[in-house]
Design a protein around this ligand. Structure first.
Ligand SMILES: C[S@@+](CC[C@H](N)C(=O)[O-])C[C@H]1O[C@@H](n2cnc3c(N)ncnc32)[C@H](O)[C@@H]1O
Length: 1024
């Protein structure tokens, strides 16, 4: 490896230098400079000059890390390729040289080629052994030692692994050496300048308009190093000619080699190093070893030579366990969700930032050999923007195909292109490097991609000044980010939304072009929990049916106890996670499935876990929902609830601006149900007349005798059922009078309408219901939601067009659509304008009206998932209403339910089997009560009639503690109030079949309701 210096000439020159060295020493002695400092200078001069003919440069006191320790030899020799060739270490003449050598050895000084000297003795170590020790005052011996030092050639490396390590270490030096040569060519080589200018323009126009000359220089360096490796190590001499990009770069290199730079000679200087690897590589028959080597080169090349470039581009080789997990997960999702295989005709896969092609190689190995050719040629794509990984990807992927098929075919799916640029739609305007590459890009653009998989770059901004890449904008992708992630974010600082990895997420979602499919990325996962990314979280859930995320953590900034190298799967500082986002339009949205590996796990443990977990379906996920703050988390019911809109003014909290409905009232509480309610209007009238007489008599008695007395002690409890309100009326002297028009319909229990004497005096607590159904107003115009409150019974809601009862056990609330003045005038809509605005804005739909909102609320209140999740809240307070993703679905369902529940008496009864008892005349009369058999299959109306054929599902429509049918059975019975002795008689003389017909109608209502409820989006799960 030493420059070819003729031996004679060499020794003559050296003798002169040694003479000079002695003269210098004498001078120092004369000046009484006997210490290390002075004598070191003399030997430095000798060695520096002696190294020149060999092309070795002496660098004083250069620090070097050896096995984690820093050493600083007095001299380090580097050759023209910037590779370290040897060291020199000077010692004080008073030091004991051997003891000093031992110290240095222990400190980690490499003994492969090093001179230790103290101006008296010089000792040469080579290959770890002491090979020479000379008296320095003997010029012949000293010359012999120096010649031996510069002749040193490192031995071939036996172990391939060792070679890999070595190469990793040397790459930065190698690359810098080449950079110098290229720099020289820029200054002096006209042919090169011309070829470079053309190539530079091509790169700028097709890769990045801001690309700097330095970035293109780097490409050349990558080309030189890689091309040699590919040619020699991978035994692929055709690569440069066949690869569509390599051929182009090669033209520039040819120009460069034409004049002052002879590549062969130049690269010959690398022989010692390359030969070592090549030799070792020859013994490696397993391609995967070589592949591992190349992949390491890819990573280390950038990290060593161009840390900044590695940062901006996110050059990290994806660990095999991650690639495996992701590919297996995608295969599984395709199979499970879509019944497809990786090789199905309509599955088009792309890795948009392929690096070494790791994902594509993995996928190729999963595809049956018989199916592979068509996938490889038509439905598999990969993009890469950096030359070195692009070459490596080509090599790796093409070899993987060769392994499977025995055929070597170039991978036409690979494009040398900026993926994000493809969204710019500047097709036809500029080519993509070469005609062949452009052709490939165009084919890719036309392909209906259904799977996007990969490891996008994920560093903020562009850090490399040389790259001049800071201002790289992707107008189309960035605009899409503005319209989606940024618009739906409450964050003030949104610049992180333009991080490369977020751009790749945006690009990938859009690349599915609305099709069903999968996006599977391993990325920086700050989007999972950082405020800035609320819009990303919302959109992932909006644009995909479900999202799985494996959080591999390793966020050193979040937990300073962690170390990037030890705990992070990529050895970096930011948290990393795998996202599997699936769009399946035929399916309802599902919550995020999240799994986080233990934070303290080391990298190896995390990768081991991924290896064992194997597929996404084997992970023990936790379900996350999107809370009001745009966070993904395990929703504690109350968390969510707080963010929803208050239903009424009454349930408004400090944090609420306005409610959906202005007014609400408890259902009316008569305080004397048996007096004021009846199935029979006439019977009720007669009863109320008696009641009024009795009350007025008491009032009269009170007026005459009771003044000043305690009312509680005064009144006659045997005649009237008193209540607080009635006593107050008595005290106030308010008379009761009967008016036919005060008899109103009232829904006393679900599907049980009775006549009610709706009078202020007799109805103890009428609430605001007279504002909802004023006596003078034609009943029937208004609609209200009747909600069961309290903890004893499960929540229910039922729409009503008439008065409703307070209900036992916690009572009820009534929320009307209209409110009126008491006299029936001044009708107002009870839904606030604020709510209308919120709904219209949230759903971006100006057509939403207040009736739509009314029915939407009714729909939401029927959602089993909602009711179950917020059961506790619903027991405590009036419901709060979320914005379900699909307004229309809920509103439509709510309207259907309302029609069903309001007009149930008009429905065709469910066809039941009438089992009539023989020998008995058929009767529809309920004698005392209807009886349901234990198995709920038979309903006995009376001894003459038993109904069967009741579908079991009918019992699924439950309102509080009973099903609708059981309410009817319970209410339509003959009962006598013990206190008043008043009997409730549900049978109708004018319509004897009413109850039996009602049974059939309520069964139909139940069946229809169950069907509608089951069709609600996200039935039983999250509102969707
Ligand atoms: C993290 S690496 C991928 C590693 C790869 N999965 C592997 O195992 O080798 C990201 C790669 O994306 C490339 N890249 C970055 N920005 C790109 C862009 N806009 N278009 C195409 N490739 C890009 C980088 O050069 C880098 O090789």
């Amino acid at each position: 490896m030493a420059k070819n210096v003729p031996a004679g000439k060499q020794s003559k020159q050296l003798s002169k230098l040694i003479e000079k060295y002695y003269a210098d020493l004498a001078e120092f002695e004369h000046q009484r400079v006997m210490f290390e400092m002075g004598t070191r200078h003399a030997f430095h001069r000798l060695m520096a000059d002696a190294g020149k003919p060999h092309g070795w440069t002496l660098i004083a006191e250069q620090e070097k890390k050896v096995n984690g320790k820093t050493i600083r030899p007095d001299g380090t020799f580097k050759d023209q390729m910037n590779l370290v060739r040897g060291y020199w270490e000077a010692k004080d003449t008073q030091d004991k040289l051997d003891a000093e050598i031992e110290k240095k050895r222990k400190a980690g000084y490499p003994l492969n080629n090093i001179i230790f000297e103290d101006t008296q003795t010089a000792v040469l170590f080579q290959h770890g052994a002491r090979v020479l020790s000379v008296e320095m005052k003997d010029p012949v011996k000293l010359a012999e030692l120096i010649i031996q030092f510069f002749r040193y050639v490192e031995p071939e490396i036996e172990e391939f692994e060792q070679a890999v390590d070595e190469f990793k270490e040397r790459v930065p030096d190698l690359a810098q050496g080449l950079a110098k040569k290229i720099d020289e060519a820029h200054r002096t080589n006209r042919d090169f300048k011309k070829a470079f200018a053309d190539f530079f323009e091509l790169c700028q126009s097709s890769l990045n308009p801001n690309l700097s000359q330095a970035a293109v220089d780097e490409m050349l360096i990558q080309h030189i190093l890689t091309e040699r490796l590919i040619r020699e190590i991978f035994d692929n001499p055709e690569f440069v000619r066949r690869n569509v990009i390599a051929a182009e770069v090669e033209k520039v290199m040819l120009a460069m080699t034409s004049q002052s730079f002879d590549r062969k000679t130049y690269l010959k200087e690398l022989d010692r190093f390359y030969v070592a690897i090549e030799h070792a590589a020859r013994t490696m028959t397993d391609f995967s070893d070589k592949q591992h080597f190349l992949n390491t080169v890819y990573e280390r090349f950038f990290q060593g030579y161009s840390v900044k470039l590695a940062d901006t581009m996110g050059i990290v080789y994806t660990p095999q366990e991650i690639v495996d997990f992701m590919c297996a997960s995608v295969a599984e999702v395709l199979e499970k969700e879509f019944g497809k295989k990786l090789w199905s005709d309509d599955v088009y896969i792309i890795d948009p930032c392929t690096g070494t092609g790791n994902f594509i190689v993995n996928l190729i190995r999963r595809i049956p050999k018989a199916k592979l050719e068509s996938v490889y040629k038509h439905r598999l794509f990969a993009n890469e923007i950096m030359l070195l990984p692009y070459y490596i990807a080509a090599l790796n992927i093409e070899h993987a195909y060769y392994e499977q098929t025995g055929k070597y075919e170039s991978f036409e799916g690979l494009c040398f292109v900026d993926t994000l640029d493809l969204a710019e739609n500047r097709q036809g305007e500029l080519g993509f490097m070469t005609a062949k590459n452009s052709e490939r890009v165009e084919r890719q653009k036309k392909s209906p991609i259904t799977v996007v998989i990969g490891n996008p770059p994920y560093n903020v901004g562009q850090a490399n000044e040389n790259d001049n890449n800071k201002n790289r904008r992707y107008p189309a992708v960035d605009e899409r980010i503005r319209q989606t992630f940024a618009r739906d974010s409450r964050a003030t600082l949104k610049n992180k939304l333009y991080d490369p990895y977020v751009r790749f997420f945006r690009w990938a979602c859009d690349r599915l072009e609305g099709r069903d499919g999968v996006v599977c990325f391993v990325t920086n996962n700050s989007f999972v929990d950082q405020n800035t990314f609320d819009g990303v979280r919302k959109h992932l859930l909006k644009e995909f049916t479900f999202v799985h995320h494996v959080d591999l953590h390793g966020n050193v900034r979040q937990n300073p106890k962690l170390s990037g190298t030890t705990h992070n799967v990529f050895g970096i500082q930011v948290g990393v996670g795998i996202t599997i986002a699936v769009r399946k339009r035929s399916s309802d949205s599902k919550p995020v499935k999240y799994y986080r590996v233990p934070e303290t796990w080391r990298k190896e443990e995390k990768l081991g876990w991924l290896r064992d977990a194997g597929f996404a379906s084997k992970v023990e996920w936790t379900e996350f929902g999107l809370d009001g703050g745009g966070n993904w988390r395990q929703l504690d019911a109350s968390d969510d609830y707080d963010g929803f809109a208050a239903l009424t003014l009454k349930s408004l909290r400090a944090e609420d601006t306005q409610p959906i409905f202005d007014q609400a009232s408890p259902g009316l509480n008569s305080g004397r149900d048996s007096f004021v309610y009846s199935f029979d209007r006439e019977e009720l009238g007669a009863r109320v007349i008696i009641f009024c007489d009795l009350y007025n008599a008491e009032l009269d008695r009170y007026r005459r005798h009771g003044r000043g007395q305690n009312v509680d002690d005064f009144v006659d409890y045997s005649k009237i059922k008193w209540s607080e309100g009635l006593k107050n009326n008595l005290k106030r002297g308010r008379e009761a009078s009967f008016g036919e028009d005060m008899i109103a319909h009232c829904t006393y229990r679900p599907f049980t309408v009775k006549s009610l004497y709706y009078d202020e005096t007799l109805v103890d607590r009428p609430g605001l219901l007279r504002h909802f159904w004023p006596a003078s107003n034609a009943m029937g115009e208004n609609r209200a939601l009747w909600l069961k409150m309290g903890g004893e019974w499960p929540f229910f809601s039922l729409v009503t067009a008439n008065l409703v009862d307070y209900l036992p056990q916690g009572g009820s609330q009534v929320i009307p659509f209209y409110v009126y003045d008491e006299d029936g005038t001044n009708r107002r809509e009870n839904i606030t304008d604020w709510a209308l605005k919120q709904f219209r804005e949230h759903y971006k739909d100006k057509k939403i009206d207040k009736w739509g909102i009314f029915y939407y609320v009714y729909g939401v209140l029927h959602h089993p998932g909602y009711r179950e999740k917020f059961a506790d809240n619903l027991k405590r307070e009036l419901p709060r209403i979320p914005f379900a993703p699909d307004f229309k679905a809920f509103s439509k369902a709510g309207k259907k339910l309302a029609a069903l529940h309001l007009d149930y008496e008009q429905l065709d009864p469910w066809e039941l089997d009438f089992n009539e008892s023989p020998g008995m005349p058929l009767s529809y009369h309920v004698d005392d009560k209807m009886r349901l058999s234990k198995d709920k299959l038979r309903l006995t109306v009376n001894p003459s009639l038993t109904l069967t054929g009741i579908p079991p599902e009918a019992f699924n429509y439950r309102l509080g503690n009973r099903s609708a049918l059981e309410w009817v059975i319970d209410q339509y019975q003959i009962s006598t109030d013990k206190r008043s002795g008043i009997t409730s008689e549900p049978n109708r003389e004018d319509d004897p079949e009413y109850i039996v017909r009602l049974v059939g109608q309520v069964i139909r209502v139940s069946m229809e309701t169950v069907k509608i409820v089951e069709s609600l989006p996200g039935y039983e799960g999250e509102l969707a």
